[in-house]
Design a protein around this ligand. Structure first.
Ligand code: HEC
Length: 123
């Protein structure tokens, strides 16, 4: 299944990393607009996300892309900031489901804790 998915990804014209950059930009914008309370802009941005094609990347990816589209469509009709916040979380989960399924997605950088270790003070 994974091999079929990857083959479909490689075979297609639109590079998936370009699409993911679009996903990332729109998801980041959605987060900022929710934080700023701009419900109208949230709806417009969610409409853009929901309008991206789902058949683009070949066999196996349509379903998770459809799922993302459904969540983005729901977010586009949010009537309160509270609904928009919950809707954005569901959009994020739709991203994560596909990344989990394909073992893909943005690299996660380890968080560096305890920067000030004993003996390293001042460095
Ligand atoms: C249909 C499955 C799928 C969905 C849905 C999906 N992604 Fe991805 N994503 C991938 C795959 C596959 C890769 C790995 C692409 C690569 O290696 O070039 C990826 C990689 C990424 C990357 C890293 C890109 C890079 O150049 O390193 C980011 C950022 C990303 N996705 C963001 C998102 C966001 C945000 C969403 C939701 C709005 C989302 N993705 C939804 C499959 C998906």
């Amino acid at each position: 299944m994974l091999i079929v998915c990857i083959a479909g990804v490689i075979a297609h014209a639109e590079p998936i990393d370009e699409r993911m950059e679009t996903h990332w930009r729109l998801a980041s914008a959605l987060q900022s607009e929710v934080i700023h309370g701009n419900l109208d802009v949230v709806r417009q941005t969610a409409t853009r996300l929901s309008s991206l094609p789902t058949e683009t990347f070949g066999v196996g990816l349509e379903e998770p892309l459809e799922h993302l589209k459904e969540e983005a469509t729901a977010l586009a009709s949010a009537t309160t900031l509270s609904d928009a916040t919950a809707g954005l979380a569901k959009v994020g989960a739709a991203c994560g489901v596909c990344h989990l399924q394909l073992s893909a997605g943005p690299p996660i950088r380890p968080i560096r804790l305890n920067r000030r270790r004993p003996g390293r003070a001042g460095s």
